[in-house]
Design a protein around this ligand. Structure first.
Ligand code: ADP
Ligand code: DP6
Ligand code: CO
Length: 358
């Protein structure tokens, strides 16, 4: 009986606190600045991908959520698959003459996202991370997550960070080959288990301007981006890494909110301008600002930090002890739910059902 070569892997999304926005090399996906994110460790926002290699397959093919997704020659999917085949050939088949020559077989890949695709909830991050992870398993690779991150990066920049759990930095690197533009762990999840993320899905519509085209336009037209990458991000990367290691929520929150604000300012500074947040997004910002102000006025510290990706959905980072209060607050100020809020998910929480509103 013929052996079946098949593997399944799943990867979660990550939400950046220092945003990646801009490429210095669009083909290799090399960023204009380093970035840092937290990988969400619950099951709500995940991609699950199954890859199979077979000598009888006539072409590489991908089904995304059950529909054929074209693999364009020279495109991102083709690059990731080719790079994974190369790793199989060089690190397995070249060393073991008995290893089946899977690198010469075509692959069929099926992937499912359990959340909206291309809606600003980082599906490209979990999607390409799961793709690379499933092929790594299929090909029996024993390479490190940082090496795999080099390949996921060429699918979608933010994907390189989803190969690690916990707190993850994508170091921009300086080599034109891209071989030093990879993800590294800043701290594992267990380092700061009290850190939680609350996702407020304001809209799950497909975004108007994709991250890829939006950031390219920003690179071409925004003067503010040049200031950001030279004079703002390097200091913030160092300071927020230090804050994470020290479990210093005040500093983490201050930098996270400032960086989200600057990313959206840079989008606005693009020609023509890009608006990712909407009125609901802005009123959630106002709510969190007021909530923190009251806490600080009473002698406490920051209790919540908002951040927005390329879409209107809020991600609120908070310590576990404040999560229920924040959820109650959000719900009481947005009684229109679920028309304005399609969903409110408590991620990261050990007891998710507790804070899930439906
Ligand atoms: P998002 O905010 O969801 O990351 P992007 O515009 O960055 O939106 O990327 C969306 C694109 O990512 C999709 O159109 C698709 O090409 C790719 N993608 C999403 N999910 C997957 C997946 N599971 N497997 C492969 N590619 C995926
Ligand atoms: C705002 O990784 O989706 O979420 O590399 O072109 O695929 P491509 O873009 P993508 O951009 C993510 C942008 C962001 C910020 C971040 O995740 O760091
Ligand atoms: Co994306």
């Amino acid at each position: 009986m013929a052996t079946i070569y098949q593997a399944t892997a799943s990867a979660p999304v990550n939400i950046a606190v220092i945003k990646y926005w801009g490429k210095r090399d669009t083909k290799l996906i090399l960023p204009t600045n380093s970035s840092l994110s937290v990988t969400l460790d619950q099951d709500h926002l995940r991609s699950t991908t199954t890859a199979r290699a077979d000598a009888s397959f006539e072409q590489d093919q991908l089904w995304l959520n059950g529909k054929v997704d074209e693999i364009k020659a020279g495109g991102r999917l083709a690059t990731c698959i080719a790079e994974m085949k190369r790793l199989r050939k060089e690190t397995v088949e070249a060393k073991d003459p008995n290893a089946p020559k899977l690198s010469s077989y075509k692959v069929h890949i099926a992937s499912y996202n359990n959340f909206p695709t291309a809606a600003g909830l980082a599906s490209s991050a979990s999607g390409f991370a799961a793709l690379v992870a499933s092929l790594a398993q299929l090909y029996n690779l024993t390479v490190s997550p940082s090496i795999l991150s080099l390949i996921a990066r060429q699918g979608s920049g933010s994907a390189c960070r989803s190969l690690f759990g916990g707190f993850v930095a994508w170091q921009m690197g300086s080599d034109p080959s891209g071989n030093d533009s990879l993800a590294v762990e800043v701290a594992p999840r267990e380092h700061w288990p009290q850190m939680q993320a609350l996702i407020c899905v304001v809209s799950d519509d497909k975004k108007g301007t994709s991250s890829t085209s939006g950031m390219q336009r920003t690179v071409e037209t925004s003067a503010l981006l040049q200031h950001r990458i030279k004079h703002v991000v390097p200091e913030r990367m160092a300071a927020i890494s230090k804050a994470i290691l020290a479990r210093d929520f005040d500093t983490f929150a201050t930098i996270t909110m400032a960086d989200s604000n600057q990313f959206h300012a840079v989008a606005l500074d693009t020609e023509p301008p890009i608006f990712y947040m909407n009125d609901v997004s802005r009123s959630i910002i106002a709510l969190i600002v007021e909530y923190n102000r009251v806490s600080i006025a009473a002698g406490g510290g920051y209790k919540a930090a908002y951040t927005y990706d390329a879409g209107p959905n809020a991600v609120i980072y908070a310590l576990e002890e404040n999560l229920k209060e924040i959820l109650q607050l959000v719900i009481s100020y947005f009684p229109q739910r679920p028309s304005e809020f399609k969903d409110v998910l408590g991620l990261f929480s050990k007891n998710t059902t507790d804070i899930n509103t439906h």
